[in-house]
Design a protein around this ligand. Structure first.
Ligand SMILES: Cc1cc2nc3c(=O)[nH]c(=O)nc-3n(C[C@H](O)[C@H](O)[C@H](O)COP(=O)(O)OP(=O)(O)OC[C@H]3O[C@@H](n4cnc5c(N)ncnc54)[C@H](O)[C@@H]3O)c2cc1C
Length: 471
């Protein structure tokens, strides 16, 4: 595919997309079209979708020596929360050679997959699929830690970004140059603020697999949190508690161990339609909506809740290793007594108006992830738009720079683009948009409307809008 200038029709038909003023760097100038930093599933999807675009010169820099998708949570028998169509490419280009189905075909697994009739991939299989895709890409530099980025002004022409870092194995420095950036560095494990003092003893769910054996040597283990990760860890530890003889306690701040909502009309919120609706709301309204959407992306899938219940019931019937489950309890204190090698955890039960402490030998904190604003962008802070909470202010096209066409981000727009932000199912949509911005051409058809419902008041004569009367 040969690149041409921006197609006016594709730009005009998408809301909030400004015509580009950016031209592409001249071949031979040593300046690439783009550099993508970080290689999680989102930038990997971008790499696969960019690969067939002839003349598009991109480079993907990843600090790790190999791809591994959340290795600390690669627990046996865990699956993705999305059907296999949410692979790296299919929702943008079902004919892509990087599709999950092509992976199955090439690896001789297609019939087994067909006969199995399980459309939710195991996490381990998804990881293998991503590694397979990577083996066919030439644009990835593993072991490349990005440490700083600066903008270099050029006389009489457009400037570029100089991306500096070092090769992790050798320590040798590198510098690469590109007209644009795509930052896909993921999020960072988060502990409650009260854990600060005991931080070195706290194990976050992101490191569960590596620390599991150490945890299982304890006489008591507390699992804190009640999202999917917490539930998977609790279930994994519960299954093996008979062999290890530990007491298990699962404690959450939530009022119940709630199910992740996945009925079809709710799933329609993971759509371009909902992004448009959400993006155009005022900041304060968006904040309020996100605060009320916990059950859409923070709960536990229903089948796992059922498996946990059945196992607990079985344990109770056999009077073996009962576990305790406690809701409504907010962690407010975390002290680690090094002499006793025990945690003293303090909780508040707000409904009952009491606080209590719980002593436990081991604790695992499945307390989520926070936005990762990497230190390497310090040199280009001025070029980035920020909101009043110190988060990136994203344009509708996923750009964060003041010109709205230079620096793009993956998975950093919860408060601008809504709950679609971390979802693997929207990766192809976002990358189709980013590629259109990078090339000026809509290489992959971008769906504008897929939902059966209206999120905004419909724009027809049957619905007459008027401003809200002040009460
Ligand atoms: C356990 C778990 C399971 C999940 N399951 C699902 C699911 O089933 N479905 C779903 O829709 N979502 C799921 N998610 C949410 C989300 O899709 C994933 O977190 C996804 O991995 C996010 O991808 P990413 O590309 O943003 O970041 P990451 O996967 O975190 O990758 C970021 C990469 O950037 C690299 N990096 C960071 N800094 C630098 C630097 N300075 N230089 C070079 N490289 C750098 C890191 O090494 C890392 O490899 C899950 C999340 C978790 C934690």
């Amino acid at each position: 595919m040969v690149l041409s200038g921006p197609s006016e029709s594709s730009i005009m038909s998408t809301p909030n997309v400004k015509p580009k003023t950016h031209s592409r760097p001249a071949p031979g100038s040593g300046v690439l079209d783009f550099i993508a930093i970080g290689l999680g599933p989102f930038n990997l999807s971008l790499a696969c979708l960019a690969e067939p675009i002839r003349d598009l010169r991109g480079l993907f820099l990843e600090r790790n020596e190999d791809f591994d998708w959340h290795p600390g949570m690669l627990i046996d028998d865990t699956t993705l929360q999305n059907p296999f169509l949410a692979d790296l490419v299919s929702l943008a280009d079902p004919k892509s050679p990087f599709s999950f189905l092509n992976y199955c075909k090439q690896e001789g697994k297609l019939y087994a997959y067909y006969i199995r009739e399980r459309f939710y991939l195991s996490r381990a299989e998804y990881n293998r699929y991503c590694k397979w895709a990577i083996r066919q890409l030439s644009s990835i530099a593993f072991g490349s830690l990005v440490e700083s980025v600066e903008y270099v002004e050029c006389d009489g022409g457009e400037g570029h970004y100089a991306v500096r870092g070092r090769h992790v194995r050798t320590g040798a420095p590198f510098v690469h140059r590109a007209a644009r950036l795509v930052i896909g560095v993921g999020s960072v494990p988060q502990l409650p603020s009260c854990c600060e003092e005991a931080r070195e003893h706290c194990i976050h769910s992101a490191h569960y697999v590596a620390r599991k054996r150490e945890l299982q040597k304890k006489r008591s283990i507390a699992v804190i949190g009640s999202g999917q990760s917490a539930a998977e860890i609790f279930y994994d530890l519960l299954k093996e508690s008979d062999e290890h003889d530990y007491a298990l306690t699962w404690i959450t701040r939530s009022p119940r161990f709630f199910q992740m909502e996945n009925t079809k009309l709710t799933l329609e919120m993971i759509s371009p339609d909902y992004i448009d609706y959400f993006y155009n709301l005022p900041d304060s309204v968006r904040e309020g909506i996100i605060a009320r959407q916990d059950s859409l992306y923070k709960g536990v899938n229903a089948s796992l809740i059922n498996q946990i219940y059945d196992l607990l019931d079985d344990r109770r019937s056999r009077a073996s290793h009962p576990a305790r489950l406690i809701t409504n309890s907010e962690l407010t204190g975390c002290h680690y007594d090094s002499n006793e090698a025990r945690f003293q955890l303090r909780f508040v039960q707000r409904d009952e108006g009491v606080q209590y402490t719980h002593a436990t030998d081991g604790a695992i904190f499945a307390t989520g992830y926070g936005q990762n604003v990497p230190g390497f962008i310090d040199g280009i802070r001025e070029r980035i738009r920020w909101d009043d909470k110190g988060r990136y202010r994203l344009s509708r096209n996923y750009a964060i720079d003041v010109n709205e066409c230079d620096i793009f981000v993956q998975n950093a727009g919860l408060y601008s683009h809504g709950l679609t932000n971390p979802d693997l199912g929207m990766s192809c949509y976002r990358n189709s948009c980013i590629l259109r911005e990078l090339t000026g051409v809509e290489h992959y058809k971008i769906e504008r409307r897929i939902a059966l419902q209206d999120f905004s008041v419909p724009d027809t004569d049957a619905f007459v809008k008027a401003p809200l009367e002040t009460q």
